[in-house]
Design a protein around this ligand. Structure first.
Ligand SMILES: [Mg+2]
Length: 239
């Protein structure tokens, strides 16, 4: 058995502790060899139905004004900044902030000042306004006594006051698609959204569900598989 004096033992333990991060650091700077690409992998495309806003407009040519609906988060607004802040403040270790009324009070009453409006959203709204369509917003956000989301959308999407329908807060119920009934009630003919639930709601009532891409840096993960439900997907709709 080796005998260390107490100071010598402490010194050797300290030396061992200090050498560990140095070893880990060396390992971390070893880079893997690049996998490389071929023209086949570069040209790989998913066989989905891409459309442009112009093509959607052309497909509606000659049809009378209709009701259309939009999801909000990651469809019209890049609202991850507010959701990110909410998670940090109300439940940094899990998703329970989404069930916390205190979070929704903040999110629905001002934090959309940090939401970036999506260009594709503005283009779609302008197209539908020009057609004379009735535009509805249906969100899975929880309802609050007051809200500024409608006002934010009116301002950022350029909607005239007399044509603004206040946001419908459908809420989120486990095992239930809360948007379906609203699509039915308002007789919407098209519903736009980034999530599977948006497209499924449209398909459930037999109308056109059109997908917008969720931004790659959205905090809402995992990213959905756009086009996987056979729906149309708008090109360049991640911003
Ligand atoms: Mg969404």
């Amino acid at each position: 058995m080796t005998h260390f004096s107490r100071p010598a033992l402490l010194a050797s333990l300290l030396a061992a502790a200090l050498s560990l991060p140095a070893l880990a650091g060396d390992a971390a700077i070893v880079q893997p060899v690049a996998a490389g690409v071929t023209t086949v992998t570069l040209a790989q495309q998913a066989p989905i139905h891409w459309v442009s806003v112009e093509q959607i407009a052309a497909s509606l040519d000659g049809l009378p004004p209709m009701a259309v609906g939009f999801d909000i988060d990651d469809t019209l607004l890049f609202s991850s900044p507010g959701f990110y802040r909410g998670k940090q403040e109300f439940s940094p270790n899990d998703e329970s902030y989404l069930k916390n009324p205190a979070f929704w009070e903040k999110m629905n009453n001002g934090w959309d000042a940090f939401s970036v409006p999506k260009e594709v959203g503005k283009a779609l709204i302008a197209m539908h306004l020009k057609r004379g369509d009735h535009i509805y917003f249906v969100t899975g956000r929880s309802a609050t006594r007051t809200e500024t989301v409608s006002q934010t959308l009116q301002q950022t999407m350029g909607i005239p006051t007399e044509r603004l329908n206040p946001v419908i807060f459908a809420g989120d119920e486990p095992g239930q698609n809360t948007k379906v009934q609203w699509l039915k009630d308002k007789q919407m003919k098209i519903f736009y959204g980034d999530a599977d639930g948006d497209i499924k709601a449209a398909q459930a009532v037999g109308v056109r569900g059109i997908r917008l891409l969720r931004a790659a840096n959205s905090t809402y993960r995992p990213l959905p598989l756009a086009g996987a439900l056979g729906e149309e997907v708008i090109v360049n709709s991640q911003f």
